[in-house]
Ligand binder design. Structure first.
Ligand code: HPA
Length: 239
């Protein structure tokens, strides 16, 4: 769909064609700025609505954009919808943090989200007569696995759990663990749903930043930054 009349959108002030076909999407706007300033050449600020900075530049000669998603499914739902449907973006690669659910995962390990379970009713809008299974683009997933193998990082590929709550009274992570789910975050299910509906591609790559089932072993700010760099380089490699 190329619905030029919707540009600019309520949340993105960029002009048509100002986004590359591939957008890297961290949660935090400061990380988008960090990537643009440290990894892209000739980067241009294309959005600053609500301080959600979006940049387009070049990585190894390839045009690529980076823009934050904010936190949670409502937020990534808005930005990914507008990028896919109004800005002709083909690929969105979320690069975020997640809490480990699988017992073999440690701080700084990488999880590639093949699928995304959720407690959100985001997919109810599609009025399907059953349960939709949000999945990653196989092409992006394949490239990410090849790229992460080269880094030597510890990684797992499988199901994420996208939760609507960071602070959850139900303490349900042990139940998701029984189903082999790897890690909890708050965005990938909505991103995968939007990609499916738009006929586009999405992938979520996460760094483990905390161990919610083993509290007290969280990342330091410095560890968070370093492991973020590794994940970002994988995403740029496959962009
Ligand atoms: N829960 C939800 N989202 C997260 C977490 C978590 O423990 N860690 C990073 N993102």
């Amino acid at each position: 769909m190329n619905n030029i009349t919707n540009i600019p959108t309520p949340h993105i002030s960029a002009n048509a064609c100002e986004f590359a076909k591939t957008v890297l999407m961290p949660g935090d706007p400061k990380r988008a700025k960090f990537i643009a300033e440290n990894y892209l050449t000739d980067s241009v600020l294309v959005n600053d609505v609500r301080g959600v900075q979006g940049y387009t530049g070049y990585y190894n000669g390839k045009r690529v954009s980076v823009m934050a998603s904010g936190m949670g499914m409502p937020s990534i739902g808005i930005y990914s919808y507008e990028l896919y449907n109004f800005y002709d973006v083909e690929n969105i690669i979320r690069i975020g943090t997640a809490g480990a659910i699988h017992p073999k995962l440690n701080i700084r390990d990488i999880v590639i989200g093949m699928g995304a379970c959720t407690n959100s009713n985001y997919a109810s809008q599609f009025r399907l007569p059953g349960t939709f299974a949000p999945i990653a683009s196989f092409e992006l997933l394949k490239k990410a696995v090849l790229a992460v193998e080269k880094t030597g990082a510890n990684y797992m590929v499988g199901n994420l759990y996208s939760s609507d709550t960071f602070y959850d009274d139900a303490l349900s992570l042990a139940d998701w663990q029984k189903m082999g789910v790897l890690a909890v975050e708050m965005e990938s299910a909505a991103l995968y749903c939007n990609a499916a509906r738009a006929g586009k591609n999405a992938l979520c790559i996460c760094t483990i930043s905390d161990l919610p089932l083993n509290p007290g072993k969280d990342c330091t700010a410095e560890e968070r930054q370093n492991s973020f760099t590794q994940m970002m380089e994988i995403a740029l490699e496959i962009a």
